[in-house]
Every structure is written in C-alpha cells, then in structure tokens.
Design a binder for this molecule. Sequence first.
Ligand code: TXA
Ligand code: MG
Length: 325
Amino acid sequence: MAQKNCSILPLSSESLAPVGQWLRAGHVAALPTETVYGLAGKGTDEKAISRIFALKNRPQFNPLILHYAHLKDIERDAVFNQTAFLLAENFWPGPLTLILPRHPQSRIPLLVSAGLQTLAVRIPKSAFLQALITQEGFPLAAPSANRSGHISSTTAEHVLKSLGKEVDFLVDGGPCVMGIESTILDLTTETPVLLRPGALPLEKIESLLGKPILSQKRDDSVVKILSPGLLTSHYAPRQPVRLLATSVESDEGLLAFGSSPCEGSALTLNLSETENFIEAASRLFSYLHLLEASDVRQIAVMSIPERGLGKAINDRLRRAASKRS
Ligand code: TXA
Ligand code: MG
C-alpha cells in the first residue's frame, strides 16, 4: 500500500508525537474516527484549513466540523444551551455533531465555518484522537477524507484511492467501526433541527429529549442556508446509481439488503443478509468503493427500511443516486 509522498503510520501511541508535530506545523493528516476517516488540520490555523479545502477540492462555502477532546474546550469556541449540554453529556464522545452559535471570543477562523456565525462541533470516540487533541491543545478541523462529492473513506486504502498522493500523512487504524458519518443536529433555533441523519439514530435523540426533532429535507431552503454541504450530489461513485431495485440486469452491480437478493447480477454485495442496520452501515461505503472499482455499468440498490440507521444509509444512497452537478 506504499504510496509516493504519503507517510503511513500505525494507530499507536508512538504515532502521537510525529502526527502532533506535523499538525502543529500546519500539515494535514488523514486520521481514523469511529465514523469515517477525516482529513484533519489544526482548527485554529487558517493556512491548514485552506489546505484541507484545496486537497479535497471542496468549495469554500461548505463548512467543516471541529473535533475536540473536552467539553470545556468547546465552550471556549461555541455557546451551549441546556439541550446542548444534555446531548453532550449523553452522546459524547460519539457520532453526534452539534451546530452551535460561535462564541464571541472563539479562536476559530471564519474559514472553518465558511463565514457562518455557527460552528459544527463534536467529541469523537477514538482514544487516539482524544489523546492527540489533548496533547496539542487545539481542536482538529476535519471533513471526511475523500475528494469532495465522492464516496467517504472507511479504510486507509479508500483515503489513498480518493486523495492519493496529495495527503502528507495517514494514520492507518483499519476499518472504521461505524462506517457512516455523524448525525448533525442544529441547535441554533428554538427547536433542534436534524441536518444530516447519521451514525447516532434520531430515535435515540428524540427519546432523550422527549420530543420529536424537526427533520429538514436537504432541498429545503432552511438547510440551503444552514448546511450548504448537504445539498449537492454527494457520495457519488463513477457509475450511475439506481435505487429501489426489485430486479437487476446482468451488467449491473447489486447492492443488496436482506435474505433474498435479486438474482442475475454480475456482482452482488449484500449490506446485511440478516437486515442488521449496524452491519449495513459499516459496510456501505466499502461496498460502494468495491462496486465502483468493478466493471459494472450501473449500481442497482435494493430498498432499505427507513428507520433507525436505515435513515442515514438511505440518505447517503439518495445522494449517491442524485443528479451530478
Ligand atoms: O462523522 C463525521 O461527521 C465525519 C468525521 C470525520 O468526523 N466528518 C464529516 O465531515 O462527515 P464532512 O465535512 O464530510 O461533513 C460535515 C457536514 C457538511 O455537510 C457541512 O456542510 C456541515 O457538516 N456543516 C459543517 N459546519 C456547519 C455549520 N456551521 N452549519 C451547518 N452545517 C455545517
Ligand atoms: Mg463528507
């Protein structure tokens, strides 16, 4: 897996010192989180942030998530309300990103939030990331480590395939445990709004808060302003994607779900034979990468129930299938 220009390090405490040194100096590194690999840079360094946007070819109107190790550090940059504290207590560290108002004394450059007066923050579950952030004393800005608009990376190989030689450093932690990005909740309005379904099922949040969360469809005008990155075609493999398949052509690849996959495909990958959403989420991006690398003409996807993690999986698949811009 050796690749020109990219140093690959193991996920171990010995890697903390060199990775910390590079990040301090403004380099960017691909690092594993419990959800997907992130392309991380020093969150208070405008040059490092610019480099992240450039490497990913990400439009600068699409803001980044900041990763912290301690709640008290987030409070320096973002303003918490009661709901935010409650969610933080219950779900951090973990796959939940909160959109909060920017603190007037925040150290975070506006480039991180694409000029918005809000910040996206979370504490990831990874012990390595927590140790790294604690050691360095700055948050890490990190979008998913893939070319903008392309399939997210859940292994080091995906990162190299998607961002290739351009990544300076990569910590190889093997496949990400969850395999699907964090749930994003906007807490800047009276009622919390779900901006992106993700690895933390909405039902768990609703049961903690004791009320339903407003779910904005990604083409609603509110989300257009709040979360520009959730709009366009995303997670797109090379080939077209066809949803809700009940049959499959021989030159199509099939992304199946459940115990009776459609028959006749050249290549069938089953997200979960037992309809287990956790298994399906963890396989989703890997299987999209495999199908993309195969010679199938189109990717047919069987229907997946719209509940629990199924919502996050369907969100990614709908965007993978949506018209490319
Ligand atoms: O699990 C995850 O969330 C991964 C890992 C690396 O933490 N990160 C991730 O980042 O998925 P990214 O950049 O691929 O997606 C972040 C999303 C984008 O759609 C962006 O538009 C939205 O978060 N976002 C970031 N800051 C925002 C803000 N201030 N207001 C609204 N949306 C925001
Ligand atoms: Mg992404």
